[in-house]
Write a protein that binds this ligand. Structure first.
Ligand code: ZN
Length: 160
């Protein structure tokens, strides 16, 4: 009986290892800076991901009150309105109207040297939908925005 234990243990380890290897890449990192820019203009999330995670880094030095950045996901049609109402909601609300149903996902607002992340349910989004991400800090959304797609593999397009 004893001699079967190491074999069973190895099988158990292999069993844990395989699903991890088959798993899709369901996260991306987005950098933002003191020049009011994200480093990506387009994000594609693999449609087989149930959940998707955005890691937002602020690689600048300016404080959140001067150059705050967040990552907000809405449909393309809702960007302008959500951004406008976000400015009205003020800094205390991270420049987002509280409980705004048009906001599909968002990170907190961060300043230079900080990082944050958000994980959201990708399966509830429409594969053929038209989505965009942007920063809701006043004045930023005109430049800090990009396309969010759902496709066959996770990836990003750099800002040019
Ligand atoms: Zn910003």
């Amino acid at each position: 009986m004893k001699k079967y234990i190491p074999f069973a243990f190895a099988t158990l380890l292999a069993g844990f290892g395989l699903p991890a290897m088959a798993q899709q890449n369901c996260e991306v990192t987005v950098e933002s800076n003191d020049a009011m820019q994200y480093d990506v203009k387009e994000i594609t999330a693999d449609k087989s991901c149930k959940e998707f995670t955005i890691h937002l880094k602020h690689v600048g030095k300016l404080p959140v009150a001067a150059m705050g950045h967040n990552w907000v996901l809405t449909t393309s049609d809702d960007v302008e309105q959500v951004a406008q109402e976000g400015i009205a909601a003020g800094a205390d609300n991270d420049y987002l109207k509280p409980d705004d149903k048009r906001v599909l996902a968002h990170t907190e607002l961060i300043g230079g040297g900080e990082e944050t992340s958000v994980t959201f349910d990708l399966s509830k989004l429409d594969e053929n939908g038209d989505y965009m991400f942007f920063c809701s800090f006043p004045g930023h959304s005109a430049i800090m925005r990009g396309e969010f797609n759902i496709g066959d593999a996770t990836g990003t397009q750099p800002r040019t």
